[in-house]
Design a protein around this ligand. Structure first.
Ligand SMILES: [Zn+2]
Length: 456
């Protein structure tokens, strides 16, 4: 297996990053930290906006109050985990083991859009004042990543199109303000600030990943070239590239995928794999042998194409997010396998079996009640703890009287899914090409991926 050498850690190529959203919500997000040993040294992506209490938001945790006093982000999460366990956010039937977050590779992403919104509000939507403040904020973001010894940090950038959340549409001041910002010009300005910062900080600890954007494949190429020119101009080298704006095919220009004929393989399972694969390929061809992280693109079906098209890593929050669907009513009928309209936590099936073989059908998330009690578990640390599907359902059903038992079952489900993404990375790293991988593990899933690969 190939590795990316970081300061004192090694990142396997390819790597799946688990997304730690503690600080951006409660419940499952806390428990993901508490049961961290179940995903071991799987790398993690953390959102600056959530873990930095200088920005007001709904789920701000006081555990981040003295965030800058830690020597490393690993120490910070060791502290948080201890505190959450002391608070009793752990199932009484579970015996917690020692865990050191310093074994993980950590990537910091800015969550810049939320920060930009806050700054805009804070300066009374005055664009001139905003332009001054943003420089200070970008610098303090990089300083923060350095002082906590993050291994990698994504360039502070606005992202492409933003998705309007509740209340934003009606915020006229904000919308008027945002309409004055040309995101392409703005992101390029942020890249320049970053290049200058890097030049002034030759001993900077994290690898800074330059953010790549572009509405169409042609613009993506152009933006990558622009970053390479900027490196020459400033005499610096970024630690790699972070590919943005390509995670959702629904939000990209259809020119990314509309030349692919999906009729032979089925559109639903494959359409989301094309844009990230193409973006990885574009950037890989221009940047040579340098790290490429595909932001938000680590969905299971995407992983092989990401890798064979040039990505060295990727992330997604979805494995653990799928457990969030489980409501109280569902916990009362979890032993009834009849398909139900109730909202259940979803279990990842498919993927790699305990004997190392690949599941013959399509990998997918199904409602917990529909998982057969007799189904063999995959042998990952979470599955070993669970022992069998019945035990997971039993814990899940206990919600009304023992919330922690229910949370624990949800972590067993979510962290199993995380581990499956990691196992797939380990498996594909042994094969040199999409064709080699798919001939060794030939099924509808790998044949579909091969078809896309050969038509990109
Ligand atoms: Zn498992």
């Amino acid at each position: 297996m190939n590795y990316l050498e970081l300061n004192n850690k090694r990142l396997p190529i390819p790597s799946f990053f688990q997304v730690y959203n503690f600080g951006g919500g409660n419940g499952d997000k806390d428990r993901e930290i508490v049961y961290a040993e179940l995903t071991g040294d799987t790398p993690a992506l953390v959102n600056y906006h959530y873990i930095n209490n200088k920005f007001p938001h709904l789920f701000r945790s006081s555990l981040f109050n003295n965030v800058s006093s830690y020597n490393s982000v690993g120490d910070l999460y060791n502290f948080i985990r201890t505190r959450l366990i002391e608070k009793g956010e752990i199932y009484s039937g579970y015996k917690s083991s020692e865990f050191d977050f310093n074994t993980k590779v950590f990537l910091l992403d800015s969550g810049a859009f939320n920060i930009i919104k806050f700054l805009a509000y804070d300066v009374g939507y005055d664009i001139l004042k905003f332009n001054e403040r943003i420089v200070e904020e970008v610098i303090s973001y990089y300083d923060f990543a350095n002082s906590l010894k993050f291994d990698m940090v994504v360039c502070f950038d606005m992202g492409g199109k933003y998705t309007e959340k509740d209340g934003e549409k009606s915020n006229e001041m904000l919308n008027k303000f945002l309409s004055q910002i040309d995101s392409e010009e703005f992101n390029n300005r942020l890249l320049k600030i970053t290049a200058k910062y890097l030049k002034e900080h030759p001993d900077y600890y994290p690898k800074i990943l330059a953010a790549v954007h572009g509405e169409t494949p042609a613009k993506y190429k152009e933006n990558t070239r622009h970053i390479l020119e900027l490196e020459e101009q400033y005499g610096v080298q970024f630690g790699g590239f972070a590919l943005g704006g390509i995670a959702s095919y629904k939000q990209v220009d259809s020119s990314w995928y509309d030349d692919i004929d999906f009729s032979k393989i089925g559109k639903r399972d494959f359409i989301a794999t094309v844009t990230p694969a193409r973006a990885c390929k574009i950037v890989r061809e221009l940047v040579g042998n340098r790290p490429i992280h595909a932001l938000g693109c680590g969905g299971y079906n995407n992983i092989p194409l990401n890798y064979y098209c040039g990505a060295t890593s990727f992330d997604t929050a979805s494995p653990v997010r799928r457990v969030g669907d489980g409501n109280l009513a569902s916990t009362k009928i979890v032993f009834d396998p009849t398909p139900s309209r109730e909202s259940f936590s979803k279990y990842f099936i498919g993927g790699i079996n305990s004997d190392g073989t690949l599941y013959s059908g399509f990998p997918k998330y199904i409602k917990l009640n529909e998982v057969p009690d007799k189904m063999n578990l995959c042998g990952c640390p979470a599955c070993k703890k669970a022992e069998n599907v019945y035990n997971i359902k039993k814990l899940y059903s206990m919600k009304e009287n023992d919330t922690e038992a229910n949370y624990y079952s949800r972590q067993l489900i979510g962290l199993h899914a995380v581990y499956q993404h990691r196992k797939l990375c380990e498996l594909i790293s042994r094969y040199n090409s999409m064709n080699d991988f798919s001939s060794e593990y030939e099924n509808k899933f790998t044949l579909g991926l091969k078809y896309i690969y050969n038509n990109l």
